[in-house]
Write a new protein. Structure first.
Length: 407
């Protein structure tokens, strides 16, 4: 066995032992590695071929830290798609070290048939952020023929959409309809404000095709103007589009999203109504006074769905108007549940009388609602129902007592 082989074997044995103690790894292995750098580097690189995630991370930290001066020479040759695992780690480390000579091989790797290699190259080029890197990433979105790779790339590139969008917008009008769809999807996922006119145009011209990306993009943009565009299409006869629109409105940042969503609570489609409840639970806080006004004046169906929404918003301004709905027994099951979800202890005095209600399901809903509130006397309240005539009420009371006692 040659001296180089002996040194390499000694390094390998040392590494295997040192991996078991990550906190002292560097100080244990660095003296041996620095003494025999030429023989040690190939052994270090072998860590990237294995399945030991801790070992890979520890070796990467060496290259990014104490061995950073030696890292470029050791890793640049590993940007080879024939060894995907090594490529991924080499790309990560060289990007963090901003080693400019890595940019060109990373650009070439974008065309790799190995998607993990391409994605690693994309992430590394994003880190470099040079004009050449941005151009290569833009060209990938404009020309990549592999739809699986393109879909993965768009997710990874979303954080730099604003940097890539000027060139993409410049080319958009010259693209075929399929590629326009991919680019518009990218803009939509990223909420690219500069693409606003294209979102609007797609929704106007092709509401059930590219317009679906327009809907998502307008929701992500979320401005008053975007909400106004979405609202105009809430009367579309296709429920699927209306559902997408209410979902988009649920991402808005403007108070004018609340009124159209409230109106959609009584949409003919159950799917739209369900989507609206979820959307309003996210943005209803933007216009609480409007929602309270509608709770006071709307029809029963609207009130029921508003109550369900309000319980999920957790805004103290909703407490009094929601407590008032307890006077309408036709909505009692919804009101009790939602007031419990609202979560304010001040609601307890209004709920407690229903523990003695003549209908067992009202007693059940009342104790369940109280069980959601931070009450010091919850155990005592539940105890009043342990001999209730209904087994479901008794079981609920016992469960709450047990939870309170153990809590």
């Amino acid at each position: 066995m040659t001296g180089a082989q002996t040194n390499g074997r000694a390094t390998a044995e040392l590494l295997e032992k040192a991996y078991a103690a990550p906190e002292t790894f560097a100080e244990r292995v660095l003296p041996q590695i620095r003494q025999n750098m030429t023989e040690s580097v190939p052994v270090l690189l072998q860590a990237f071929d294995g399945s030991n995630a801790i070992a890979k991370s520890l070796v990467a930290d060496l290259f990014k830290g104490p061995l950073r001066e030696s890292a470029p020479a050791a890793l640049i040759g590993e940007l080879d798609e024939k060894r995907p695992d090594r490529f991924v780690w080499a790309a990560l480390i060289l990007a963090e070290l901003r080693h400019q000579l890595a940019v060109e091989p990373l650009i070439q790797a974008l065309s790799s048939k190995h998607i993990p290699v391409s994605i690693a190259a994309i992430k590394a080029l994003m880190t470099f952020g040079t004009p050449a890197a941005h151009k290569a990433l833009t060209d990938l979105l404009l020309k990549c023929p592999d739809e699986v790779k393109l879909a993965a790339a768009e997710k990874v590139l979303a954080p730099v959409a604003d940097l890539l969008s000027p060139e993409l917008l410049k080319e958009y009008g010259r693209l075929g309809i399929d590629r326009q769809g991919w680019v518009l999807k990218f803009f939509a996922e990223a909420g690219t404000v500069q693409a606003f006119p294209h979102f609007v145009a797609a929704l106007e011209k092709d509401p059930l095709g590219l317009g679906l990306y327009g809907v998502k993009g307008l929701g992500r943009v979320g401005t008053k103007e975007a909400v106004d565009v979405l609202e105009r299409h809430l009367s579309h006869p296709e429920w699927f589009l209306r559902k997408r629109i209410v979902e988009a409105l649920g991402q808005a940042k403007a108070p004018n999203a609340v009124p159209p969503l409230v109106r959609s609570l009584i949409d003919p489609s159950v799917q739209v109504r369900s989507g609206t409840i979820e959307a309003l639970s996210k943005v209803g806080h933007l216009d609480i006074p409007y929602m309270i006004g509608q709770l006071n004046t709307g029809n029963r169906d609207l009130k029921v769905n508003l109550i369900r929404v309000m319980g999920q918003i957790h805004d103290r301004r909703l407490l009094e108007p929601m407590v008032k709905t307890l006077s309408d027994r036709s909505m009692l099951v919804f009101s009790l549940d939602a007031i419990g979800d609202l979560g304010f202890a001040e609601a307890a005095p209004a709920i407690e009388p229903f523990l003695r209600d003549g209908e067992w399901f009202n007693r059940l809903n009342a104790i369940e609602a109280l069980g959601k509130l931070p009450l010091p006397n919850l155990y005592r309240l539940a105890e009043t129902l342990i001999e209730d005539g209904n087994d479901m009420v008794r079981n609920s009371a016992k469960r709450i007592m047990a939870k309170t006692a153990n809590g």
